[in-house]
Structures are given as structure tokens and as C-alpha cells.
Design a protein around this ligand. Structure first.
Ligand code: F6R
Length: 611
């Protein structure tokens, strides 16, 4: 989703801005631009549609010591040069903006009446005209931004420069993440720290309502009441290693292969000899778990599917668990039972719908809030009573892979901790816990074994290259795994894919079955295997082609109509974590055949910070 970079220095900032935008490319965008105040104190504005590389080509003659830059993901107005940021007003002020301004139509009408001419269809353009208008009334740049944000409704992360004050960069945040990178004799702003890896390790996260005056030597932060405030200076642990392909053709493939290491790191320090340790989750984890009688989990996309798998674990362990999509949760009324823990799951920690759901939940009487997240500096982490990190490492491919499997591992650990309380006083370790811990220890190796099936998955993927639709089937905890498999395929190969609980086939989707509709199924050797086999027979009887990932002891065999790929036997609880991996690889190899942009699929963004 949209990305912001800004810089003020004694050296030329254009290369810093362009490099920062390249580092934000993983977020997804459709156009890019920058504005720099040059030595003649004029605003040099460059914008282009498509890749940052296109922008770079037209910036070779741009130099200056202060500037702002942006990658845009269209919300108001189609991807076009005129809609790309920065937006300017009277060639005086330039603004980059993440978020959405909800009262842009009212502001636009009054600005048009005041004589401002609009050159884009964006909501952002009203911000820059409003700042310009306040400056025309005599306000300095900072005061003009302060007055303007007081008139905005909606969400914003803003970077603002003006040729009238070329020694001042102004930043403002409400609802959209923004941070300030602290350099030596230079300072920066960015929507996430990865943009600033080569130039800053120390940084400040702006809080909602904050405004900042940034020069090359100083940073002053003011809260929404205009009071000067100190915000904690943090140190980033990001490095370039995580943002390099390391010999893989795509980040998605690298991240699928990294799951072995990522899961090992998720488990590190959290397992005792035969039990799950609680202290590593945080000092208040034990108390929060003690307070929990039931669970409400809210998330989006792949994270929602992780929650949906975990619901099977929680309820098997006797913990009532309700799971909901964040964008739905936030717009309905709720009945909250005492002792309900509100849990969010998010790779990025910045998903706006999930964040808004959390803010709403805090007013509704939940016992506590817990976030399962991958990004330490993120908004959800800061807003939650407790965060349990997934430790997946940075995920760059838009299609989530290692973030999903590490979410599942983390959720299983939490389920085991809560199960102990359902069994007794929360301290006693029983055989089932020891068994799950043993199985979790074997999981990284088992993931490796599945990845070794890649050649067979490549052979399977060849049957999908010319298909327009696919069905995915699973039962029990593998139904959400089928949903995740279908999401992966549609995201990166653009093949329409839908998932069904296999028992639902006969209630409608069976009508779709013919030889052009490949049907993918996950068939672990669990208590639902025989039921699933009957469902698969329903498909075969109608001429459907089956592609089944099956436990080697399932008894399922390949023949003319069915391609079976055998997976080594696995314990029931961890089976969903394992069975998603071949589905990720299948989607990847189909997308490779289709020649799509695998790491940055069309229309999608990595960090979804708009509604
Ligand atoms: C799909 C995918 C998305 C995200 C969703 C939520 O591969 O990655 O569906 O899962 O946008 O994002 P987070 O987990 O960052 O809240």
C-alpha cells in the first residue's frame, strides 16, 4: 500500500528518496513520485505511473537537500501521473499522504470557491491546497499544517515541504503509520523503517495526533494539543539481508523455503522439556491467560484463515472461540461475555480494518487484548495489552507464506496454554501437551520433507496453466487450509479459485464439476478421512480431475483421474501447518507458468492501511 519517504540533509536527498521508495516497493503500488526543493528554491516535482525505476529515469537532473517521495496505491482516482503524489499547490507546497480523507468533498467545494484549481481526482489534493491557503493567510509552514490537520476527517500520515521554508520538513500522523528516522546531520520520515535501512537505525514512531518539525539537526514532536512531547527513541533491527533474494527467483519462493527456519525461531525459547513455557510470552501473559474464559479473534485475509484453523484447536481444548473478519466486525453490534479475550492476528500489524476493530473492541468490555503479530514496531502491537510475536522474519512477497505458518505455530502454543487452564489450575502438564510439544519439535524437519516434494508439485502445476477456475476441498481444520490454498492460487496466478468444506459439495458446487475444473484436496489421515474420500468419489463420478495431497497411509492412489501426492504421516494437531506448504508451492509454480508478477501481484498491497 502507499509508502512515504522524506529527507532533510546537507547532501542531495534525491538518491535517498529513490532508494527509500525502492525499499517500499514490496508494499504494492501503481505510481510513484517525488518533490525536492532545489538550490534555486523552486519545487522540482517528478511523477510517473508504474515502477519506481520509471521515476528514477526522470530524476537524473533533480537535486536538493529536502524532499518528500511516495508510492501510491490508488483509492480515489485511477492510477495516473496526475493522481500520483506528491501533490502541490501554487508550486509552493508539496504533500505526500497515506490514508483517506473522508471530508475531501466538502473541502474541495470550499477550496474551489476560493479559487484553487484541482489537477487530480485524489482526496489528498485538498490537504495541500488547505496548507497553501493557511500560508497565504500568513501562517508559517508548521502552523499551516497544524491548522489543516485540525480540519481533516479521516486517516493520514503526511510529509510536507514548502519552498518558502526549505529548512523544514513537517510530518503529521493520525491513523496511518509514520516514523522519523534519526541520522547524523540529517533526518528522515518514512511509513516503515525498511525504507531507511541504509541511512538510519534510530527512529521515533509518531503517535496519533502527533505533528513534527524536522530540520537536518533537530526533531521536535507535538501532540494533538500542540504540547511538545518526548517520544521514545527506538533502534531498528532491520538489515539488508532480509530484503535480498539470496539466489531465489522470487521472495515468495524464498519465504516458502524459509519456513523451516522461521518456525524454529517461533518455537525458540518457548518450549520446555515437555511443555509450553508462558513466561517468554511476556510478564503479563500468565495473568491475561488466567482471565480468559473464551476468545474472540478478528483478522483479515490469510491471518483470518490462521484464526479459522486455530478455532478448531481452541474448541477441541474446551475454549469457546469465535472468529470474524475485521472489516465485518467493526460495523456491527456485539454481545461480549465476561472473561472474553479479544485477539487480533496480523502479519504487518498495520492493517487498518484490524486496527479499527481493536480500537472498537477496547470500548466493549473485553477482559484483555492480545495481538499475534510479526512486526515489533507496528500499530497493533502498541495498541494491545499483550503481543505474542510470530518471529517469521521480514516477509516481502505480497502473498503471505511464512507469516501464516508461524501464526499457526504461535496460535497452537497459545491454545496449549489456555488448555491447561481448562484442564485444572493452569500448571499441570499432561500427556497431550507433551505429545504436542514433541510434534512441534519435529515440525521444521517435516516442513523440509514437504518442500522436497517440489519436483512432484511442479509436475502437478502443469495441469493448471490453462485453467480458469479451480476448487479446493478440505474438512475440519483443513477447510481453512483449503481456503488459504485457494487464496494463494487466485492472488498470484489470477486463476479463479474457491474453497469448500468437502461436505458442502453436494449442496451446490458439484454442479461446476467437469474436466476443466481441477479439484485440489487436502487429505491428512484424520478422523474425517473416510468422509473426505466419499466426497472425492462424488467428484470422480462426475468426471472431475482430482489433485490430492494425502497422507501416505490414507490409501488414496493415483490413476487417470486422480493425481495423489503423498505426505509423510503427521500428528493431527500440526497437520494443518504442514499441509498448507504444498498448496503454497502449487500456487507458486502455477503462477510461474502463467508468467505473473509473483511477488507483487496486480491490484494488491502488502500492508493494507486503507479501509
Ligand atoms: C494474502 C495476504 C493478505 C493478508 C491480509 C491481512 O496472502 O497476505 O490476505 O493476510 O491483508 O494482512 P495482515 O496479516 O498484515 O493484517
Amino acid at each position: 500500500m502507499c509508502g512515504i519517504v522524506g529527507a532533510i540533509s546537507n547532501r542531495d536527498v534525491t538518491p535517498i528518496l529513490v532508494d527509500g521508495l525502492k525499499r517500499l516497493e514490496y508494499r504494492g503500488y501503481d505510481s510513484a513520485g517525488l518533490a525536492v526543493v532545489d538550490a534555486q528554491q523552486s519545487l522540482d516535482l517528478k511523477r510517473s505511473v508504474g515502477r519506481v525505476a520509471n521515476l528514477e529515469k526522470i530524476c537524473s537532473d533533480v537535486t536538493g537537500t529536502i524532499g518528500v517521495a511516495h508510492t501510491r496505491w490508488a483509492t480515489h482516482g485511477r492510477p495516473a501521473q496526475r493522481n500520483a503524489h506528491p501533490h502541490t499547490s501554487s508550486s509552493q507546497v508539496a504533500v505526500v499522504h497515506n490514508g483517506i480523507i473522508e471530508n475531501h468533498q466538502e473541502l474541495r467545494a470550499s477550496q474551489k470557491a476560493a479559487g484553487f484549481v484541482f489537477s487530480s481526482e485524489t482526496d489528498t489534493e485538498v490537504i495541500v491546497h488547505q496548507i497553501d491557503w493557511h500560508m497565504q493567510q500568513g501562517a508559517g509552514l508548521f502552523k499551516a499544517v497544524q491548522k489543516t490537520v485540525g480540519e481533516l476527517e479521516g486517516a493520514y500520515g503526511l510529509g510536507v515541504v514548502s519552498k518558502q521554508q526549505p529548512d523544514l520538513l513537517v510530518a503529521a500522523r493520525s491513523g496511518s503509520p509514520l516514523l522519523i528516522g534519526l541520522g547524523e546531520g540529517e533526518n528522515f520520515i518514512a511509513s516503515d523503517m525498511s525504507a531507511l535501512i541504509p541511512v538510519a537505525q534510530k527512529y521515533i514512531v509518531l503517535e496519533d495526533g502527533d505533528l513534527a518539525k524536522i530540520t537536518s539537526n533537530s526533531v521536535e514532536v507535538f501532540d494533538s494539543n500542540g504540547q511538545a512531547v518526548e517520544r521514545e527513541i527506538r533502534t531498528s533491527t532491520l538489515s539488508d539481508d532480509e530484503t535480498e533474494l539470496g539466489g531465489f527467483a522470487h521472495f515468495m519462493k524464498k519465504e516458502i523455503h524459509e519456513q523451516t527456519r522461521a518456525i524454529t525461531e517461533t518455537l525458540e525459547g518457548r518450549l520446555g522439556a515437555n511443555n509450553v513455557l508462558e513466561l517468554p510470552f511476556g510478564e503479563n501473559a500468565r495473568e491475561i491467560f488466567d482471565n480468559t474464559k473464551e476468545l474472540k479473534i478478528v483478522a483479515c485475509g490469510t491471518s483470518f484463515y490462521a484464526a479459522s484453523v486455530a478455532r478448531y484447536w481452541f474448541e477441541e481444548f474446551g475454549i469457546k472461540c469465535d472468529v470474524e473478519i475485521a472489516s465485518e466486525y467493526r460495523y456491527r453490534k456485539h454481545v461480549v461475555n465476561p472473561g472474553t479475550l479479544f485477539m487480533t492476528i496480523s502479519q504487518s500489524g498495520e492493517t487498518l480494518d484490524t486496527m479499527a476493530a481493536l480500537e472498537m473492541a477496547k470500548t466493549l468490555g473485553y477482559s484483555n487484548t492480545l495481538c499475534v503479530c510479526n512486526v515489533p514496531e507496528s500499530s497493533l502491537v502498541r495498541a494491545s495489552d499483550l503481543t505474542i510475536f510470530t518471529h517469521a522474519g521480514r516477509e516481502i512477497g505480497v502473498a503471505s507464506t511464512k507469516a501464516f505458518t508461524t501464526q499457526l505455530v504461535t496460535l497452537l502454543l497459545i491454545a496449549v496454554c489456555l488448555r491447561r487452564r481448562m484442564q485444572g489450575d493452569g500448571r499441570r502438564i499432561d500427556d497431550m501437551e507433551s505429545e504436542i510439544v514433541r510434534e512441534l519439535r519435529t515440525l521444521p524437519q517435516q516442513i523440509d520433507n514437504v518442500i522436497e516434494l517440489e519436483e512432484q508439485i511442479i509436475a502437478m502445476s502443469k495441469h493448471f496453466g490453462n485453467k480458469e477456475h479451480a476448487l479446493f476441498l478440505g474438512r475440519g481444520a483443513h477447510f481453512p487450509i483449503a481456503m488459504e490454498g485457494a487464496l494463494k492460487l487466485k492472488e498470484i496466478s489470477y486463476i479463479h479459485a474457491e474453497a469448500y468444506a468437502a461436505g458442502e459439495l453436494k449442496h451446490g458446487p458439484l454442479a461446476l464439476i467437469d474436466e476443466d475444473m481441477p479439484v485440489v484436496a487436502v487429505a491428512p489421515n484424520d478422523e474425517l478421512l473416510e468422509k473426505l474420500k466419499s466426497n472425492l468419489e462424488e467428484v470422480r463420478a462426475r468426471g472431475g480431475k482430482l489433485f490430492v495431497f494425502a497422507d501416505e497411509e490414507s490409501g488414496l492412489q493415483s490413476d487417470d483421474e486422480t493425481m495423489v501426492l503423498n505426505v509423510a504421516p503427521v500428528h493431527n494437531h500440526i497437520a494443518p501447518i504442514l499441509y498448507v506448504v504444498p498448496l503454497q508451492l502449487l500456487a507458486y509454480h502455477v503462477a510461474l507458468i502463467k508468467g505473473t508478477d509473483i511477488d507483487k501481484p496486480r491490484n494488491l498491497a502488502k500492508s493494507v492501511t486503507v479501509e
